[in-house]
Ligand binder design. Structure first.
Ligand SMILES: [Ca+2]
Ligand SMILES: [Ca+2]
Length: 329
């Protein structure tokens, strides 16, 4: 009597596997597995997916077949964390078949996830050594290490003024740029403008995956207004009237002093204002000369006085400092 031998498929090998970020939000969401022969979900004993160092058991019910030998497993929120955009890393699939227990079919998934922008910070308001406005600096973070993305990789949008772009030059690193110009000109970037990768810039990761999804991850532009730092000093201290003490207020980093005004108030030990005056703008610093006389022209007594300097831009105080001044005979 002929013995009917049932067909036992054995453990199908995996041809290849790859992971993608299908909606370009920066979170890897699918791993595809392509087998050497048609497979059925009932054949699998266990399926595991490892992402970086953590391994996860997959519920076979979540598998989505795209043809009889290929399926994908949704991984966003299960295998892959959703709180940190990341489009590169080590992903391993391991499949065990019921027919051949103990035999693992494994495959290193190929990175097929394109990079997205994770943050963009615009540092604005710096000045060069001659006090001229310097180019703003844009510091970006991507979801993975990428080759230099070119000179205009981003689109930006403001709800009122519409879309615009930066023309950039790389500055010290692949992710820091000087903003040479804005196109169309006349637009001032503002906080909460959105910024994302322009697909026509062909921004890609180190494996060559190009960001081609026009709805790739938007981030809010952050703007950091760089304010000049100031320093106040006085000399000589103590002062011996009528020979004067010079009080100087100087920007520590280059700044256009003409944009600011400085005021000095000198108090006696009782808190009386004995001097209240504008400081003179001397091009690169502010200066006030005090010879130990009060505002009525009387020489003040020996003792300790407090000079307060205040630097204002328009009516906003940007720096204030208190210095004790001794007066000697
Ligand atoms: Ca995704
Ligand atoms: Ca990638």
């Amino acid at each position: 009597m002929p013995v009917k031998i049932g067909f036992r498929a054995g453990a199908a090998a995996i041809n290849s596997s790859w992971y993608i970020d299908s909606d370009a939000n920066g979170i890897v969401d699918r791993i595809y597995l392509q087998f050497k022969r048609p497979v059925k979900v009932q054949e699998f004993d266990t399926i595991r997916v490892q992402w970086n160092s953590l391994s996860h058991l997959i519920d076979p019910g979540t598998i989505q077949f795209v043809n009889d030998s290929t399926f994908y497993i949704p991984v966003e929120g299960t295998v892959v964390r959703t709180d940190q955009p990341l489009t590169s890393g080590f992903m391993l699939a391991a499949v065990e078949f019921k027919a051949v227990k103990g035999v693992l079919r494994t495959s290193n998934a190929i990175d097929s996830a394109a990079p997205v922008l994770v943050s963009a910070v615009l540092h604005s308001g710096r000045y060069n050594l001659s006090g001229e406005p310097d180019d703003d600096t844009l510091i970006c973070e991507f979801s993975e290490d990428i080759p230099a993305p070119g000179n205009s990789p981003f689109l930006l949008a403001n709800p009122q003024t519409g879309q615009y772009r930066f023309n950039l030059t790389p500055y010290h690193s692949k992710t820091t740029f000087l903003v040479n110009s804005i196109d169309p000109s006349g637009i001032s970037p503002s906080d909460n403008d959105s910024v994302w990768i322009d697909i026509s810039a062909l921004v890609k990761d180190s494996s060559g995956n190009i960001q081609s999804n026009p709805s790739n991850r938007r981030v809010l532009l952050q703007i950091i207004q760089e304010e000049p730092q100031w320093m106040a000093r006085i000399g000589p201290n103590p002062v011996r009237p009528p020979s004067p003490a010079i009080i100087q207020v100087t920007p520590v980093t280059p700044a256009p002093v003409s944009r600011f005004r400085a005021q000095i108030v000198i108090f006696d030990a009782l808190g009386n204002r004995i001097i209240d005056s504008e400081m003179s703008s001397m091009g690169r610093h502010f200066k006030y000369q005090w010879n130990g006389y009060n505002r009525r022209g009387r020489r003040v007594g020996v003792g300790t006085y407090m000079a307060q300097v205040i630097v204002k831009e328009n009516s906003k105080t940007v720096y204030t400092e208190k210095i004790f001044v001794g007066v000697k005979k």
